[in-house]
Design a protein around this ligand. Structure first.
Ligand code: UTP
Length: 294
């Protein structure tokens, strides 16, 4: 690896309107998935892939996120005094995870704008953008694979997933060509939220990107796109069209939980809870009975 170490940027400054009123005073990335906020899973994923420097782009409820990754001496003291080691370890885990920084987006002008705000922190490092409401199961290490592909091709890498035509209008969608690796495609074009008829493929962009700092020059002149927002997809389209740069896609076939959507959020809690030794004993038979009565 000849480049500087990868950093991670987690944009968490969206308005989260699909979760109102829960997100009135709390970012959707802080909604608990079993017993951890969604964004903690994402930071853990970055750390598992070897990234030590994480920048979270925050919105109007910044303090919630910053406080979660900070130490809480009085809580730690109480748990220590009580001898509650398991809960103390859980509390310490969040504050010991990585070198975590936060930065305000200012106005929520879109994902591309949130990423551009990271420029001064990222400088000349390659970096991963990880959406704070998109969870990838720790047993399916997508980000590690993407960092490897970045090193192999020396080019931008995005994560793609096959999506049914009725849901394709919710995603950025890639036009692709095969490579000699069945899990990797060359991206020849990108469209943000196309209709099913206009979608160039069934491969949708999911919330993981590994970017070269050259993206910042592109984002600086990227104007508002779909929904009046500055779209990361539009900037990536420009990079994909540049023969000297190019974009590759890793086709992910593992477990992903979209916690930015109500049904996805409920599914994520059930799927992750059922896999937990401390919860599945009671939850599994209840769920089976419950489902049998539906
Ligand atoms: P979404 O479109 O899913 O988030 O953005 P949203 O706008 O908060 O959600 P709804 O549709 O109103 O419910 C994808 C990701 O980009 C971040 C969001 O926090 C989310 O992680 N984002 C989006 C920003 O950080 N800034 C923005 O201006 C927009």
């Amino acid at each position: 690896m000849s480049h500087k170490p990868f950093k991670a940027v987690i944009p968490a400054a969206g308005l989260g309107t699909r979760f109102l009123p829960a997100t009135k005073a709390m970012p959707k990335e802080m909604l608990p998935v079993v017993d951890k906020p969604a964004i903690q899973y994402v930071v853990e994923e970055a750390v598992a892939a070897g990234i030590e420097d994480v920048l979270i782009i925050t919105g109007r409820n910044k303090s919630n996120i910053a406080n979660h990754f900070d130490s809480v001496p009085e809580l730690e003291h109480t748990l220590r005094t009580k001898g509650d080691d398991a809960r103390l370890a859980a509390v310490l885990e969040a504050s010991d995870l990585a070198d975590i920084h936060t930065l305000r987006q200012g106005e929520p002008k879109g994902l591309g704008h949130a990423v551009l705000r990271a420029q001064r922190h990222v400088r000349d490092h390659p970096f991963a953008v990880m959406l704070g409401d998109d969870l990838i199961d720790a047993r399916d290490p997508l980000l590690t694979r993407m960092l490897d592909e970045y090193d192999r091709h020396g080019a931008t890498v995005i994560a793609l997933m096959e999506v049914d035509p009725e849901h394709i209008h919710l995603y950025g969608v890639a036009a692709v060509e095969p490579t000699d690796d069945g899990d990797v495609v060359k991206v020849t074009g990108l469209v943000e939220k196309p209709s099913a008829a206009d979608a160039p493929s069934n491969l949708a962009i999911i919330g993981r990107y590994v970017l070269n700092p050259a993206i910042f020059d592109v984002l600086e002149h990227t104007g508002p796109g779909k929904g009046g927002e500055i779209q990361l997809t539009d900037a990536l389209q420009e990079i994909a069209a540049d023969p000297e740069q190019g974009v590759y896609g890793v086709v992910f076939r593992g477990r992903r939980y979209d916690t930015g959507d109500k049904v996805g959020y409920i599914k994520a809690i059930l799927q992750l809870a059922i896999d937990r030794d401390d919860l599945s004993g009671e939850l599994r038979p209840w769920l089976q009975d419950f489902a049998a009565d539906l």
